[in-house]
Design a protein. Structure first.
Length: 205
């Protein structure tokens, strides 16, 4: 099944395991998906024998994981952890490369754009280098607690004396890159290759 579908099913099985009395609406809310989508996946999991449904008056349904459901949850969890490890390993290697390139370009004070797991890995890799990460710009995360010890900033203007910008947004990364490139020029931008951005350096825009 596609990776996104795997994640939805894993989240669904985890929610049912956590609270068998949760309503479909509560399950959908906890998963961050539409009620109709949650209902569709619930029906699919019931049909596959992963979830058992029993009616509990008044007009309530209880959802339970079947033995097959527990096995599938364990399998999907293993796949998720393996993929997470691969992501961390690849991201760490690419973050180190970005920091090496930044140092070679004479950057000393760098700001990250995008509060994400990638930003946390970048902060980890910057430890012990000559690069100073001054913060993480992310308007959506404004007011959040520091990320990996870095202040979360509402805008680039809140970061003073910055030599370069590293894109660490996992959602809408191309749009973020294009916006900053239009304002500041691509020469002041960098990003790990795993984001798959189209840039002048790789023959893109």
């Amino acid at each position: 099944m596609p990776p996104n579908e795997q994640q939805i099913i894993l989240d669904l099985l985890s929610e049912v395991h956590r609270d068998s009395r949760a309503t479909q609406r509560e399950i959908a809310t906890n998963m961050g998906i539409a009620l109709g989508l949650a209902n569709g996946y619930l029906k699919r999991c019931v049909k596959k024998g992963l979830i058992k449904v029993s009616q509990a008056p008044p007009n309530r349904y209880l959802y339970y994981l079947t033995p097959a459901g527990f096995s599938e949850k364990a399998r999907l969890t293993g796949d998720y952890l393996a993929q997470s490890f691969d992501f961390f390993r690849n991201a760490r290697s690419q973050c180190r490369q970005v920091l090496d390139d930044a140092a070679a370009r004479g950057w000393r004070r760098v700001v990250l754009v995008g509060a994400s797991e990638l930003a946390e890995i970048m902060a980890l890799c910057a430890t012990g280098t000559d690069i100073e990460l001054v913060g993480v710009v992310d308007p959506a995360a404004q007011g959040d607690a520091p990320l990996a010890g870095l202040p979360v900033l509402p805008s680039l203007a809140a970061a003073s004396r910055v030599d370069g910008i590293v894109i660490t947004a996992l959602q809408g990364a191309q749009a973020v890159y294009d916006s900053y490139a239009a304002e500041l020029g691509h020469q002041r931008l960098a990003a790990p290759a795993l984001l798959g951005l189209s840039t002048p350096e790789n023959g893109g825009r």
